[in-house]
Design a protein around this ligand. Structure first.
Ligand code: PEP
Length: 252
């Protein structure tokens, strides 16, 4: 049985006081809300330790990181390892966000290493994939997305990839207010699940969580989340507004 997931990617936003206020508001609404979704917040890394303390007395909200390195420790100035994340009780980690692929040149090979390193520490990767507008306009988006997934995740074993959450995030929809239609999003999610089935078998495909990201808001979440192969959302801008994020979390 797959989980329903709503994960907030706060990116490099909010100072510490603002971030704590938002977290506490989200905890209160998650406790009083009627969602059966796994609610995840991914704050800037500098807040993870404090958030871990705040979150440890409850189970309504889970903690995620926005990025990690693939080595356990060593001379990697400025990086954070999966084992360090694990020591804070971090449950999830976004990898391969298009902003990191584009601005920090993250390769398919690097993302394969990050996915393996996280799984070694029982942290679930939230692996982002998705095409630029030009790729969609040229009608080669299906091959493009499949290559992103195959080249980074297909060296995993079936039981490992079943722990990966794949987030389909068309780049033309991220932060633009231009959401993919439910039909467009479902088409890609369905193709991803079918590809996982072909490579790893029907059970793995039935178990893996596939979520959508890209201008997902309270007014479109319900339609997106009701699609057969969409198990929730990765939310950017709208996750910075507690009421909006809670509304999205209650959209199943
Ligand atoms: C994201 O960057 O992961 C994202 C989904 O952003 P937004 O919701 O703002 O489009």
């Amino acid at each position: 049985m797959r989980k329903k997931i709503v994960a907030g990617n706060w990116k490099m936003n909010l100072n510490y006081e603002e971030a704590k206020l938002l977290l506490n508001t989200l905890i209160n609404s998650a406790k009083s809300g009627n969602t059966n979704a796994e609610i995840i917040v991914c704050p800037p890394a500098i807040y993870l330790a404090a958030f871990s303390d705040i979150l440890k007395s409850q189970s309504a909200v889970k903690l995620g990181a926005q990025n990690c390195f693939h080595q356990d420790s060593g001379a990697y100035t400025g990086e954070i390892s999966p084992s360090q994340l694990k020591s804070l009780g971090v449950n999830y980690c976004i990898i391969g966000h298009s902003e990191r692929r584009e601005q920090f040149n993250e390769s398919y090979d690097l993302l394969a290493k990050k996915a393996k390193a996280l799984l070694k520490h029982q942290i679930q990767p939230i692996f982002c994939c998705g095409e630029q507008l030009e790729v969609r306009s040229n009608n080669v988006y299906k091959e493009f997305i499949m290559k992103q997934i195959e080249d980074s995740l297909f060296t995993l074993k079936a039981e490992e990839i079943a722990q990966v959450i794949i987030a389909y995030e068309p780049i033309w929809a991220i932060g633009t207010g231009k959401t993919a239609t439910a039909v467009q999003a479902q088409e890609v999610h369905g193709l991803i699940r079918a590809r996982i089935a072909k490579q790893f078998g029907d059970k793995t495909a039935a178990d893996i969580n596939l979520i959508y990201g890209g201008s997902c808001k309270s007014d479109n979440a319900k339609e997106l989340f009701s699609q057969t192969d969409i198990d929730g959302g990765l939310i950017g801008g709208a996750s910075l507004d507690a009421a909006e994020f809670s509304h999205i979390s209650n959209s199943f």
